[in-house]
Write a protein of this length. Structure first.
Length: 568
């Protein structure tokens, strides 16, 4: 209740506070309690931090502040109005009625948000704003950091921006807003003022509105949602490179995303910034590991040597330490994680030129080319050279057999097939304990495994193939081998049957110098079965018996042959 009093009877400060209500011109509506009491009751506002006065809600100034002032011990129809504006420190006139005066100096809300906001008690913040605000640097847990723009104008509309990383519509919002916490690492300034971030109108993962474009008097977004595509078997999202934290980039690759624009990030990396992978045990190596996604480049490049071992679908168990070198693999070091066990590198073999690798991890088509020398005779094989086991395999050094001109690769002589053919190979320009294995079989022209190892681009030189000789019913029983490459002691046709510089040698012995010719017995002693075409037209051939040899062979006494013929 109040009375209409002439404004001339009121002090200028009092008249300015009062409204006209239903009074005539020149009169002001004075609440009864202000006419009866010379000064309004004292009160404490903002958690007893500042001095104030209990004023009726009907006063224009109180009514205008109704959303930002509380009762704070005043009567039910009154509000405690501070003596000074807590934002600016300017006097409010609430404490200057009827010769009243403040008894305390001004107290303003502390600054926050890098001086772009104020620490306001949460009960003074409109309910629709609270969910997007945080404590920031405010000391009191009941305070919220409110950007100055909203304090100055609750209907303030933030500037429009474009999230450059994926071209989505957004708004320039203070970086201190709690609503930006979950995406802060992925947001950029993108044309906004200092201390602001361009927040998208829609969540790029779900397409749902974020609330960034409906604050204050914002009319809302003008563009439809833009959502990140799936990758990594639907376990990841294609995030623009610019929005991926620098610490994660070395782990990631494009997978199914645009390789120029985006990286495939497992969703758990996004939803749980402190994520630590599940533990596992790499059964093939018997070592500690972590479950990581197959789409991660460093996992994909080693996929052939990894297994699931209890990990979820789309994941592989990556050992904590490189099983060959014992060095940390990086799989067990994410977000403070660390291995629980010490490294157990694979055993050396082939005079430390190879490592003992579980047979289950060697591609099926390659198992036979590796032996077991120096390794567990039942479960591992000696893979040499170790460069084949690198994450990015390095091809064996190139070489050229000076006897034939054939190009090849330098391979360790401990490999079964290399060791088997050692008598027909040379070191050429290879390192010690290595032999130059041709890219193509000189007898058949077929490509050998020497130039098809991981990391090898294959041969670039033309193949060198020995001419055929010693033809029997359409079958070549011999090969024209350059004299320099001819194993010693082999029976041979006269040189003129092949091109100059080559002689015809038994094909079976060229292919495997250690092969044994069939044994037989002559009147003069032990012998071996030799195809007749290797014996020429010498008259003595007719005196050689067939003995136990095949129809097109003759039993040649060992005494008539050079040394080195297996079978004698």
């Amino acid at each position: 209740m109040g009375a209409c009093l002439p404004q001339a009877f009121l002090s200028p400060g009092t008249a300015a506070m009062l409204g006209q209500a239903e009074c005539e011109a020149g009169r002001a509506c004075v609440p009864d309690e202000l006419r009866v009491s010379p000064a309004p009751p004292h009160c404490k506002v903002h958690g007893a931090q500042a001095e104030g006065r209990c004023l009726p809600e009907c006063l224009p100034m109180v009514h205008a502040l109704a959303d930002s002032v509380a009762a704070d011990g005043c009567a039910g129809h009154q509000r405690c109005v501070p003596c000074y504006n807590p934002l600016t420190g300017a006097a409010t006139s609430a404490c200057s009625l009827n010769e009243d005066a403040p008894g305390e100096p001004p107290r303003t809300f502390a600054q926050c948000c890098a001086d772009r906001g104020r620490c306001v008690p949460d009960q003074l913040v409109p309910a629709e704003q609270r969910k997007s605000l945080g404590q920031d640097s405010c000391a009191a847990t009941t305070d919220l950091c409110v950007p100055q723009t909203l304090l100055d104008d609750p209907k303030f509309v933030p500037a429009t921006c474009s999230v450059r990383a994926f071209g989505a519509e957004g708004r320039c919002l203070p970086a201190c807003l709690r609503a930006l916490d979950s995406a802060r690492d992925r947001l950029q300034q993108d044309g906004c003022a200092k201390g602001e971030l361009c927040a998208p109108c829609f969540d790029p993962f779900t397409g749902l509105a974020t609330g960034s474009c409906t604050t204050g008097g914002d009319p809302g977004p003008k563009q439809p949602p833009k959502v990140f595509g799936h990758c990594c078997g639907a376990a990841g999202r294609c995030l623009p490179k610019g929005s991926v934290p620098a610490a994660q980039k070395p782990l990631l690759g494009p997978d199914q995303c645009d390789p120029e624009q985006a990286l495939c990030v497992p969703e758990v990396f996004i939803s749980q910034p402190d994520f630590v992978p599940a533990q596992c045990r790499a059964s093939a190596w018997g070592s500690e590991g972590r479950c990581l996604w197959e789409c991660l480049p460093k996992v994909a490049e080693r996929a052939a040597a990894l297994s699931r071992d209890g990990c979820d679908a789309g994941q592989l168990c990556v050992p904590c330490h490189d099983p060959l070198t014992g060095q940390p693999s990086g799989a067990c070091e994410l977000n403070g994680d660390a291995p629980k066990t010490v490294a157990k590198p694979a055993a050396y073999c082939c005079e430390q030129r190879g490592r003992c690798v579980p047979e289950s991890l060697i591609p099926a088509q390659s198992v036979a080319q590796f032996g077991r020398e120096g390794c567990d005779q039942t479960s591992t094989r000696c893979v040499a050279p170790t460069s084949l086991l690198a994450a990015e395999p390095v091809a064996a050094p190139s070489c050229q057999d000076p006897r034939t001109g054939a190009r090849g690769r330098c391979l360790p002589d401990c490999l079964p097939e290399v060791n088997k053919r050692a008598a027909s190979l040379v070191r050429a320009d290879c390192a010690k304990a290595e032999l130059c294995v041709p890219c193509f079989d000189p007898l058949t022209g077929a490509m050998t495994p020497a130039c098809t190892q991981p990391g090898d681009r294959g041969p670039t030189e033309p193949k060198v193939v020995f001419d055929k000789c010693c033809m029997e019913t359409g079958e070549a029983l011999g090969a024209c081998v350059p004299t320099a490459a001819l194993p010693s002691g082999l029976p041979q046709l006269p040189a003129q049957t092949c091109q100059t510089g080559s002689v015809c040698a038994p094909r079976v012995l060229v292919e495997d110098p250690g092969a044994r010719l069939a044994s037989c017995t002559q009147l003069t002693g032990a012998g071996v079965c030799v195809p007749a075409c290797f014996l020429g037209n010498d008259l003595t051939v007719g005196f050689l018996s067939q003995a136990t040899c095949r129809a097109n062979e003759r039993c040649v006494p060992c005494s008539a042959l050079g040394p080195g013929i297996s079978g004698c």
